[in-house]
Design a protein around this ligand. Structure first.
Ligand SMILES: [Zn+2]
Length: 434
């Protein structure tokens, strides 16, 4: 009797997925792909080039990393490379959580973390680095506490500040590898450009609802993020996790792949994702890679037109990122208290632009319900002779709706400040926040 073959012999044609990626830089399926030789060079830079310069392992470390040392491709020398490595994590959130935990556990000796956020209870559904007792604490402080427990042999350097054009070069300098766990476009382009300018490989990951992407950018001969996405999407087109939601396990999947890529690069083993984009479709249980070619016209890594960091908020057309959206979107506002008083006198109509499934969680009384995505098509349903108050969850989508109605000639439109969150605080505490 034949022994069972693995993988199974009856494998069909590759399935296609519905992940949205720009076609411009994506070539055919990469089944014939050969990783560039240059990747090998990454593991041979600086201290890792000369084994004599690698730090020794203590007896405690040898015991701790036993399962690595048993792997012929890692061994004592590989573990010493990990100990010597300097890896900077941008963000200690969804992607940063598995990244920090696994890189620390694996014995990456020097880990830097940049984050300026505070742990919020809505983070805990996916940001497994932080716990319930950390809510209200800074993510950096929470990460330091947890990672020190995971592996006290790791040297942590923390940067409790936003990464900006002003500080990025200074912070990134001296690291062997940057792992990007950011959740917004301005920071992603900033990290890319800084990595290209400094010649530091950038392990990229991003998540959106049930889909994820991962790659390795800015290696010596590989493409960069701008080769794949020369322009950011128009502001507001891609909702953030806070607006669009995300499956809690997804950053775990993508972040763990980024951690795997980082460790492979440090060890100089396997085939890196440089030159390839991994597309993950969690719902369809599909993983596939497509080739990404280096663009000779890329202003970052091709023509090298970009010689210093720029204003990325402006480049991405999103001046409100990280700030107070209601201020910079600059639309007329009304507080929930005032809106409730005027609603009681039938002086206004509330237009709820949230998605239908959100209405089941918490409600405004008496609304005209039109999800933001349908507003343009259903604009005729809205009365022009009434005062309209646009409302959503936190006040961001409704501010965009106000702008959309103003552009369509509506003059009597206001944004409900703070959305249903503030409505619950000021008017109806009986309902849950989400
Ligand atoms: Zn490029």
């Amino acid at each position: 009797m034949n022994s069972p073959s693995f993988p199974p012999s009856r494998v069909g044609e590759p399935m296609t997925t519905t992940v949205r990626v720009p076609e411009r830089r994506i070539l055919a399926d990469d089944s014939q792909y050969v990783s560039p030789d240059s990747l090998q060079a990454i593991a041979e830079t600086d201290v890792t080039a000369d084994p004599r310069k690698l730090p020794d392992l203590s007896h405690d470390e040898i015991l701790r990393y036993s399962r690595h040392l048993l792997l012929p491709d890692v061994g004592v020398e590989g573990q010493r490379k990990l100990k010597a490595a300097r890896v900077l994590l941008i963000g200690a959130g969804g992607l940063g959580s598995p990244l920090a935990l696994y890189l620390a556990a694996a014995g990456v000796g020097n880990i830097g973390i940049v984050d300026f956020d505070v742990v919020d209870v809505t983070n805990l559904q996916r940001q497994v680095l932080h716990g319930t007792s950390d809510v209200g604490r800074s993510k950096i402080e929470s990460a330091r506490k947890r990672l020190t427990d995971v592996n006290p042999f790791v040297l942590l350097t923390t940067y409790e500040e936003a990464l900006t054009s002003a500080n990025a070069m200074k912070i990134l300098q001296g690291y062997d590898l940057v792992v990007d766990g950011t959740d917004n476009f301005p920071t992603r382009y900033l990290v890319n450009d800084a990595c290209v300018l400094l010649g530091i490989p950038n392990v990229y990951g991003s998540i959106y609802r049930f889909e994820g992407q991962a790659s390795v950018f800015a290696t010596k001969d590989g493409p960069c993020y701008r080769c794949l996405y020369p322009e950011p999407p128009p502001p507001g087109l891609v909702p953030s996790c806070a607006e669009g939601g995300v499956l809690g396990v997804l950053p775990g999947l993508v972040g763990t792949i980024q951690a795997t890529e980082a460790i492979k690069l440090i060890l100089g083993i396997g085939e890196s994702l440089s030159g390839r984009l991994l597309l993950i479709d969690a719902l369809g249980a599909n993983f596939r890679t497509v080739m990404v070619r280096k663009d000779p016209a890329c202003p970052a890594c091709g023509t090298r037109k970009i010689t210093q960091l720029i204003d990325y908020e402006q480049f991405c057309g999103s001046p409100h990122v990280g700030g107070d959206p209601k201020v910079s979107l600059n639309v007329p506002e009304i507080t929930p208290t005032d809106a409730a008083a005027r609603l009681a006198k039938d002086e206004i109509d509330i237009v709820d632009v949230r998605e239908p499934h959100e209405l089941a969680i918490a409600k405004y009384p008496k609304v005209i319900a039109v999800p933001l995505g349908q507003l343009a098509d259903r604009i005729a349903e809205l009365p022009r002779d009434r005062d309209l108050v646009l409302a959503c969850r936190s006040g961001v989508r409704s501010a965009k709706a106000v702008q959309q109605l103003q552009a369509a000639g509506f003059t009597r439109v206001w944004n409900l400040a703070g959305g249903i969150h503030r409505w619950i605080e000021e008017v109806d505490p009986s309902q849950p926040k989400y």
